[in-house]
Design a protein around this ligand. Structure first.
Ligand code: ADP
Length: 223
């Protein structure tokens, strides 16, 4: 089983992706995590990539594309969930060419849809409970609004992650994601157009629902 997943930062892509990954016992191939491993290991690739990552830019294709395609090739027999790649129309095309060339079947492409302002509010409104980071608290989402300035689950103290409050950095990532001409949405539309001809299923999930309702919708469609 091979799955591609698209969704803006703030859409719950990680949560839903891990569900699909567990269901089919897939290798989780996450481009950002591969870069972080290289940076942590002090490799040449990591050193080059770090400059771009620190500026919030995409790492150039001549580094990123071969790196991801190589990890895909090494993946186990059960298949993969690819997350964070492709992020541009060029990467989308190159990935498709490589899959065709290697005779690899793509089964599902998942797109989580969420308006840009909603995604931004979700990130900026997120509050972390000091007792348990998984307690859901968000000052902009009615269903999980904190109790005043305390955790809605346990009453613990709340804080905001500093990178969640960096509006400039959020905007920069979203500029890339929501770019329908050459960016990540262009990449997802490339696969959406291809789906009926190429025989894989394109699943669109409305990211505005609750985590559980999105999970249910997703599970019904993954057979
Ligand atoms: P984020 O969701 O914050 O962008 P990721 O962990 O997905 O975090 O990626 C971290 C960084 O790695 C990105 O900001 C970008 O610089 C680089 N990166 C990840 N995936 C790609 C890709 N497909 N193409 C180019 N650069 C990428």
């Amino acid at each position: 089983m091979n799955i591609l997943i698209f969704g803006p930062n703030g859409s719950g892509k990680g949560t839903q992706g891990s569900l699909a990954k567990k269901k089919y016992d897939l290798d989780h191939i996450e481009s950002g995590a591969i870069f972080r491993q290289h940076i942590g290991g002090g490799t040449e690739l990591g050193k080059k990539a770090k400059e771009y990552i620190d500026r919030g830019e995409l790492v150039p294709d001549d580094i990123t594309i071969p790196m991801v395609l190589d990890v895909l090739k090494q993946s186990g027999a059960k298949g993969w969930l690819l997350d964070g790649f492709p992020r541009s129309i060029v990467q989308a095309q190159k990935l498709w060419d490589a899959l065709q060339k290697d005779g690899v079947k793509l089964d599902y492409v998942i797109e989580i849809l969420l308006p840009r302002q909603v995604a931004k509010n979700r990130i900026m409104g997120r509050r972390i409970c000091k007792n348990d980071p998984n307690h859901p608290n968000n000052i902009f989402i009615d269903a999980i609004k904190p109790n005043g300035d305390k955790c809605r689950v346990c009453g613990g103290d709340l804080s905001a992650r500093s990178d969640d409050q960096d509006e400039g950095a959020i905007d920069k990532r979203h500029d890339i994601y929501y770019d329908t001409k050459t960016g990540t949405l262009a990449a997802s539309y490339f696969y959406k157009d291809l789906a009926p001809k190429a025989g894989f299923t394109y699943i669109e999930l409305n990211g505005e629902g609750s985590i559980d309702s999105i999970k249910d919708t997703l599970l019904k469609q993954l057979v």
